[in-house]
Design a protein around this ligand. Sequence first.
Ligand code: FAD
Length: 414
Amino acid sequence: MKAVVIGGGIIGLCSAYYLQKAGWHVTIIDKGNLNDNCSYGNAGMIVPSHFVPLASPGIVAQGIKWMFDSKSPFYIKPSLNLRMANWGLKFLQHANQKNVTNAAPYLRDLNLFSSNLYNELAAQPGFDFDLEQKGILMYFKTDEVGEEEIKLSEKARSLGLDAEVLTQKQAQLLEPDVELDVAGAVHYHCDGHLSPDKLVQQLKESIIKNGGDLRTNCTIIRIGTSNGKITKVQTDKEDFTADIFVMTGGAWLPDLAKMAGIKIPLMPGKGYSITQNDPVLKLQIPAILCEAKVAITPMGDRMRFGGTMEIAGINNTININRVKGIIESVPNYFPNLNVALPEKKDIWFGFRPCSPDGLPYIGKSKILNNLIIAGGHSMMGLSLAPATGKLVTEMAGNVPLSVKIEAFDPERFS
Ligand SMILES: Cc1cc2nc3c(=O)[nH]c(=O)nc-3n(C[C@H](O)[C@H](O)[C@H](O)COP(=O)(O)OP(=O)(O)OC[C@H]3O[C@@H](n4cnc5c(N)ncnc54)[C@H](O)[C@@H]3O)c2cc1C
């Protein structure tokens, strides 16, 4: 049986990996070379702690304040573009407690399932992607954010997640090399981290070694459909047929879905990262700086600083003020940790595929019966990739699913 996987980001690679393990012949088609997508330079965190979607109470008011700060971590560009307006409206409708309450158990289960699959994957021959399960530390400086984070940790514990509130002194014991200027932290023991570039490379090698077909620099330009099925995928090089098609595509998912006659609201959320090789000072445990919304991840002998969510369409410009915003926030939390502003060529950026309700799109299409859609993972694509790949494989094989996916219906906005 043949499967064509559209898009070779982490969601496409994990889908192909598990499909292949289940006996499918897989072909992955990607317009790039797999080193130039969102899955390559992200912060590498595995985050069951992130059970609150982006569309949540308070985000709209905070977003409006941040719109006037050129270094802010979150920015929605005002635009008359129809796709943006449609997405914005749906985002506003979902930025409430009801959305968070509905989403939390689904995101928790998917994340915990994924985290277990990462442990299994890391034990396979040919895989060594610096996986560590030391948790992450959410640092806060202000009383207001501290209160919110402590409340969130209580909610996390009520969902069965392992979260511990630490004083500044307790957190300092975990990070002996860096000075901490924080009010406290929450240690999410349930989280982990890895090196995403190594993972991407090793998945690619494993898929090819096991007979998979990887077509890079091959752009999908049309999707042929007939009688409720995809008949072929046309690219700028050749056409592909298959028994089942898995549509990923990250921030480009709406364009691909449109080719198949399906509407999927999604906007790219641009973020930046900077990586230090052999840093003088290194954190032991990944950190999230809560007020600044910056992530810092030790990755093998490197350390990566990432942040910013710019909802402004796909564009390749580097907004240096936002990169400065990331860098300048670091010594506010770690006074002896200074990061130099790199040259533009050393600044990585990627487009998070953001759905308006903050939930991914995972499921079989009801419109085209040989299509499975897997995308819209926003800030959690790396974290949720193995679980998504496994679910895609279960759906392709018509076997019972490992976790519930009703909330992720890809055609829920159609
Ligand atoms: C700064 C930053 C930090 C992040 N940190 C984390 C983190 O710590 N943990 C976490 O879980 N997530 C994190 N993320 C989010 C995560 O990186 C994404 O959710 C994830 O990479 C999305 O994977 P994807 O496979 O859906 O998309 P992508 O990786 O973007 O892959 C989509 C692929 O589809 C291909 N494609 C699109 N259109 C076509 C076409 N027409 N023809 C052929 N191919 C096509 C593209 O070329 C691309 O390779 C972060 C993101 C950013 C920006």
